[in-house]
Design a protein around this ligand. Structure first.
Ligand code: IMP
Ligand code: MG
Length: 181
């Protein structure tokens, strides 16, 4: 008997589809690095599961770091303001850096992070996002690696939350606006 996730949530990408796409992204990132080392910078908390899978699909010498930015607030709406809550632990000057994010939505978060990290003069700075919602963009920014490009849907699971819940769903699901929570 399963009590989770409960009714009303439809699967958008299954765990199998996610695994297959993450493997492809890892192979592409591996090829682009040409044997050079990598620093993966995960954006807490949503990208934690994606980073853990992507890291195992990348076949180069890789270290992890994590940043946290001010979140979306408790619900589905953005507050608009972005600030750094947790900075990098290690300097990234001269390193190949890959920002690993769950969703590229308005672009406010990644534009801000890109600016902050570029200030430290990495050798290269690329962005991998699992999901991209291009129709929502406010800041002009593109990711170098995109798992899936999706329309304007609110999604949960595989690290992504609604009010901190549902991050542990193994599939990416859609959350209808009238969902009872
Ligand atoms: P942006 O700054 O608008 O690009 O927002 C990026 C952040 O908003 C993502 O890292 C997510 O944490 C959050 N976000 C955007 N869309 C969704 C969604 O559909 N579900 C859960 N979180 C989302
Ligand atoms: Mg996020």
């Amino acid at each position: 008997m399963s009590f989770f996730p409960g009714p009303g949530l439809d699967i958008l990408y299954s765990r199998q589809q996610i695994a297959a796409r993450v493997a492809e992204m890892g192979a592409q990132i591996t090829g682009d690095l040409n044997g050079e080392k990598l620093v993966m910078v995960g954006v807490l908390k949503g990208a934690a599961l994606f980073l853990s899978d992507l890291a195992r699909a990348v076949e180069v010498d890789t270290t992890f770091d994590f940043v946290a930015v001010s979140s979306y607030g408790a619900g589905q709406r953005s507050s608009g303001a972005v600030k750094l809550i947790k900075d990098l632990d290690q300097p990234i000057e001269g390193k190949n850096v890959l920002i690993v994010e769950d969703i590229l939505d308005t672009g406010l978060t990644l534009s801000y992070l890109r600016k902050v990290l570029l200030n430290q003069h990495p050798k290269s700075l690329r962005i991998a996002t699992l999901l991209d919602k291009p129709s929502r963009r406010i800041e002009k920014i593109d990711a170098d690696y995109v798992g899936f490009s999706i329309p304007n849907l609110f999604v949960i699971g595989y690290g992504m939350d609604y009010a901190e819940r549902y991050r542990n769903l193994a599939d990416i699901c859609t959350m209808p606006p009238d969902h009872p929570e």
